[in-house]
Write a protein that binds this ligand. Sequence first.
Ligand SMILES: NC(=O)c1ccc[n+]([C@@H]2O[C@H](COP(=O)([O-])OP(=O)(O)OC[C@H]3O[C@@H](n4cnc5c(N)ncnc54)[C@H](OP(=O)(O)O)[C@@H]3O)[C@@H](O)[C@H]2O)c1
Length: 374
Amino acid sequence: MVESVFIIGATGKIGSELARQIISSGDTDSRRHRNPTRIVGVASSSGFLYDASGISDSDVLAFSTKRTKGREHAGLGSLFDFLGGIEKPVRIVDVTASPEMLWFHKRIISETCHSIVTANKLPLVLNSFDDFQLLTASHGRYAYSCSVMAGAEAVSFMRDIPDLGESFVEITGSFSGTLGYVSSELGRGSLLSEAVRKALEKGYTEPNPSIDLSGKDLAYKILTLARTAGMRVDLEEIKLTPFVPDEYLSYGDPELLLGRLGELDSAFASRIALLKGNGKALRYVARLSCAEKGGVPSVTVGLEELEVAHPLAQLQGTANMIIIRAGPYGVNGNLPYIIEAPGAGIDITARNIRRDLLSQIEDRHSAPPEQPQP
Ligand SMILES: NC(=O)c1ccc[n+]([C@@H]2O[C@H](COP(=O)([O-])OP(=O)(O)OC[C@H]3O[C@@H](n4cnc5c(N)ncnc54)[C@H](OP(=O)(O)O)[C@@H]3O)[C@@H](O)[C@H]2O)c1
């Protein structure tokens, strides 16, 4: 069986890397895969290419690197109508960051035969919990592992907890690669404005670091995990404290932001020095607690002062970690279950979107290696 894939956002950082990997890793090669991938569609915010029998590798690459624009489309409404008219199931990959995808995902899942793999978190967290359940009811039709820790096993672990009938206690995590990097740089003696500038220069932040410093992305990720474990939580219920006060987060220009952050340098430096003297470290932490089975969960996201021996305090650079206490893990004194992964980069995220695509194939296998001819 051939797997037909339509990438929306194919001209973006992740989308273009995904197209490159699918082609260069041999996913399209029927000699290597019993279920080879066929890219039937690629779309940007304004144009698209479609060919039911597969777009040539060179055309996909020309589109994803913006050397060609394809046919114009009039927005997601017209793409939906187009996809709705395709009778054979297509795996739609959402690598946009578009909030318009909220309705698009719902209509694809409820009105068509197609499936979705998403790296875009917004439909998972800005939609209601009931909509989240509608989207994720069939694992084979909706894969979103890449939305949290770029595809490390956090989503699948959380999904299994209710199905195993296990009691859930707490998740504690530091899984914003950017804020992890800034925190560990502060611990190494950098000033706040220097640490954020380094993160920006290394490409760890969004083009505007205010988005990272707002902490919203971490709030989205912990909400996704909570909902995956079956908890009816909405974004407004999360107690979110940004990395720096809100008044610093309204600058569109990174240089203006970095200039203002200098005002906080000495306060952060004194706080870090005091913490060090007390054997503690500062980390940006998401915490989801559910003291009793079925109880109302409480979710907080913000800076925490942790003992240096705490596993989250020992994280360095962009590394991510989640500590889960649930079921036989971390209950009655057992050790917690810990998931650690490198911070998400463009290549790792694209690779794990390919894993999500593979996970949707029922009868998937690599073809046996070719025997040498006598
Ligand atoms: N970057 C990372 O390391 C990373 C890691 C994990 C997850 N993610 C997630 O992956 C997603 C993509 O991130 P990115 O960094 O690749 O973003 P990006 O570079 O900004 O690319 C966005 C892509 O989406 C397209 N697009 C935007 N609005 C659209 C619309 N309404 N209809 C169709 N296409 C639309 C853009 O087309 P144009 O070229 O026409 O603008 C572009 O191809 C985001 O949701 C992000 O949160 C990113």
